[in-house]
Design a protein. Structure first.
Length: 374
């Protein structure tokens, strides 16, 4: 059995095309394409309302947003992050001469373990970047307690966690600030894009300056900055997709439940679980392949890809095993044994509005072994 067209982990969700075209016409009519145009301002206001946060500054992508956030928080020396994350979390620090120090994760949540974080703190440590991996919130209280105890800053890479909550409050409200990704492969997208959410007025002001070269008014630069701005077309996509957010969330929930049903009872396979008390976008269908499953993780991925199910190994082999970290920190793996174990077992399966419930049940049948032939 082979799907006619490939099924991807990150096929984009696309809201009302008519509305998008209308926005684009209006953008052309106004002749205002970027630099805080009407769509960006409207999008930011709607994001603030949705997240219940004071400031939400849209960005060209989450990687630049992470760089700006780290710089705005004056992170230097060493900053603790997980290794089981997208490489951007580490690069955003390294590119500005800050050393990412990899701490281990919790075996169940795959998120930074506050006790492991504490073990990695040195006199050089200035901050922690928690990552809400696969949209499940970190142990935010635990990380905040470590940060407070050592007088260091805590921010979050919330690239996966738009639309998720922690103890009744939307992600976007925690730490000094939180960074979202609105990349095309995320459940909510603006083609490329991202945002920094914060309740800190001063930090928000600094971030706004930094995303626009440090300009305060015409001809007046008062701070170091870069170009992190979102353009009007991306903001229009954001406005359109916000209108479809509930529909998207419903599809992800439906697909997750279908996977749960279809994968139930398969020996050696463990599907990610979400806390029923929190909102979750369920945008990553993550399965751990154990030793008692008949195929290795890589064999399973090979079989699935041969059937046009483009499963992925996010985030194997871990940032510490990629350059430049592999060379700069050759012993990093010694401190993160849980990470080493988990990254070798993970498979991420396709979901989203491009993946039907029927497709999910066929994928599950393939995984169960019925469709796997030599
Ligand atoms: N922090 C974390 C924790 C992140 O996960 C990410 C990004 C970031 C920070 C940085 O955010 P951004 O700067 O990107 O805003 C993809 C995404 O490009 C990346 O945004 C995402 N995380 C990461 C997990 O996945 P790749 O290199 O794996 O992308 P690629 O091209 O292999 O695409 C993924 C799958 O999606 C493919 O199987 C094909 C499919 N796809 C992709 C695109 C772009 C489509 O079907 N349509 C599309 O338009 O990084």
């Amino acid at each position: 059995m082979k799907f006619e067209k490939p099924l991807y982990v990150g096929a984009p969700n696309i809201g009302d095309r008519q509305k998008f075209h209308q926005y684009v016409d209006e953008i052309f009519d106004r002749r205002w394409l970027t630099n805080r145009g009407q769509c960006v301002r409207e999008f930011e206001a709607r994001l603030c309302e949705y997240l219940g946060v004071k400031h939400c500054i849209t960005m060209c992508n989450a990687t630049v947003a992470l760089e700006i956030a780290a710089k705005a928080l004056d992170l230097k020396g060493e900053v603790i992050i997980p290794s089981m994350t997208f490489i951007a979390t580490a690069h955003a620090l390294q590119i500005q001469g800050v050393k990412p120090v990899f701490a281990d994760i919790d075996r169940n949540t795959y998120n930074l373990d506050p006790a492991a974080v504490e073990r990695m703190i040195t006199p050089e440590t200035t901050g922690i970047v928690g990552v809400h991996v696969y949209s499940r919130p970190c142990d935010i209280d635990g990380l905040q307690a470590v940060a407070d105890k050592h007088g260091i800053k805590l921010m979050f890479d919330a690239a996966h966690a738009f639309g998720c909550s922690y103890k009744g409050q939307m992600i976007g409200n925690f730490g000094e600030c939180e960074v979202f990704s609105f990349h095309g492969t995320k459940f909510f997208n603006t083609f490329e894009g991202g945002a920094i959410a914060t309740n800190d007025d001063k930090l928000a002001e600094k971030i706004r300056l930094m995303q626009n070269f440090g300009f305060k008014g015409f001809d007046n630069v008062i701070y170091i900055g870069t170009n992190g701005k979102m353009n009007e077309a991306c903001a229009a996509m954001g406005l359109v997709n916000l209108d479809s957010l509930d529909d998207f969330l419903a599809v992800y929930k439906r697909n997750y439940e279908a996977y749960k049903k279809g994968l139930a009872g398969i020996r050696g396979l463990k599907l990610i679980e979400f806390n029923a008390d929190d909102e979750s976008n369920r945008q990553y269908i993550v399965v751990e392949v154990g030793d008692d499953y008949p195929l290795s993780r890589d064999e399973l991925i090979e079989k699935l890809q041969a059937a046009n199910v483009i499963a992925r190994k996010y985030f194997w082999p871990g940032c510490h095993r990629m350059e430049p970290y592999k060379t700069l920190q050759p012993d990093a793996g010694n401190m993160i044994s849980v990470t080493e174990e988990v990254v070798a077992k993970i498979v991420v399966l396709p979901t989203g509005t491009a993946v039907s419930e029927e497709a999910v049940s066929i994928i599950c049948a393939l995984i169960r072994g019925q469709g796997i032939s030599e």
